[in-house]
Design a protein around this ligand. Structure first.
Ligand code: SF4
Length: 328
């Protein structure tokens, strides 16, 4: 996956590309000829991303409408079979999954949203049945499993997780971070460009994992930037690993306090308002947007560019933060 991220020549799009199960956009591609349009996605996310709709089962040539399929757990692994006909679609699914993932590599997607519960697209808790129709276990759908193995560090979410603020915001943060990485890698970058990028991402990384962020910085002295693929590959992998896990609230609060410490010229009453806001965020009383807005306002007044340029303040378009109902 890192290799596919490094190949970005000509990538200059303004919005990240996101792979999505086509039925979620309202395409009538489900086994019963219906769709599962997700209004939340269409209303809130569509203005900020370019969709790359896919339907693995249509790609498999199953037609619309079609016999429903399910995952069977057998001694030799899992199989994808027609619920009544018992027709085995496993080999076709594997072949088409590979083709679709190759297409998505070329599309240079920055993330994915898949339909839950589908034996092809579901990310988790898709039932796996025994011969007698009894549910034996559960796991990922066959296509999404292939996708995850192909793009291990790409942000991926199920449609039923999107309305949970914390899951959606972490996913969005990662999608836009991958997009920024792609833009950097598409440029004729120099070591200085990477350092400037790292500077702008400093507090975002700090909020996730302070020690790993410091370790990542070491590559600027350990690997000569003349070894371009090695340098870029190591940085990108390290960066994506750091942001792959949602940060703990106390770590975010710590990063906010470090940011506020950079506002040394600020009046004392503003700083105490900010500290109060950070503490309330830490106690889950207010969303992160409040302390972030205070920091932005103070930095804006003083034109403190080193703070205003931090991706931590604007990890994704502000509109998307407003869709939040609860603290981060
Ligand atoms: S295979 Fe995926 S995209 Fe196609 S209908 Fe099923 S859930 Fe939707």
């Amino acid at each position: 996956m890192v290799q596919s991220l490094l190949e970005n020549s000509g990538y200059s799009i303004k919005r990240p590309k996101v792979a999505i199960s086509a039925c979620l956009l309202g395409e009538e591609v489900r086994y019963d000829g219906d769709h599962k349009k997700n209004e939340f996605l269409v209303q809130h996310l569509e203005p900020h991303v370019d969709w790359v709709p896919i339907c693995p089962e249509v790609e498999m040539g199953m037609g619309i409408p079609r016999e429903p399929i399910e995952i069977r757990q057998k001694d030799d692994g899992v199989r994808l079979v027609g619920r009544n006909s018992e027709k085995d679609w496993s080999a076709t699914s594997l072949e088409k999954s590979e083709e679709l993932c190759n297409l998505l590599k070329k599309e240079r997607i920055s993330g994915a949203i898949f339909k839950s519960k589908s034996p092809s697209c579901g990310l988790k808790q898709v039932p796996r049945f025994g011969e007698d129709g009894v549910e034996l276990s559960s796991g990922a759908g066959l296509f999404s499993q292939y996708f995850r193995n192909t793009f291990p560090y790409l942000p991926i979410i199920q449609e039923d997780e999107v309305e949970a603020d914390d899951l959606r915001q972490h996913w969005l943060m990662r999608v836009f971070a991958v997009h920024r990485l792609r833009l950097l890698l598409a440029s004729p970058w120099t070591l200085e460009d990477f350092k400037a990028f790292h500077q702008r991402e400093a507090f975002l990384l700090l909020a996730h994992n302070r020690h790993a962020a410091a370790h990542l910085e070491e590559i600027f002295v350990k690997i000569p930037a003349t070894k371009r693929p090695e340098f870029a590959g190591t940085y990108v992998l390290g960066f994506l690993k750091i942001i792959s896990k949602p940060p703990a609230r106390r770590r975010i609060a710590e990063a906010l306090r470090r940011l506020s410490a950079c506002l040394s010229m600020t009046a004392e009453d503003e700083l105490s308002d900010l500290e109060l806001s950070i503490s309330r965020f830490q106690r889950r009383e207010i969303p992160i947007s409040r302390p972030l807005q205070l920091i932005s306002d103070i930095a804006d007044k003083g034109r403190i560019e080193s703070i205003l340029s931090q991706s931590f303040l604007n990890p994704f378009p502000k509109d998307l933060l407003k869709t939040s109902n609860s603290p981060l």
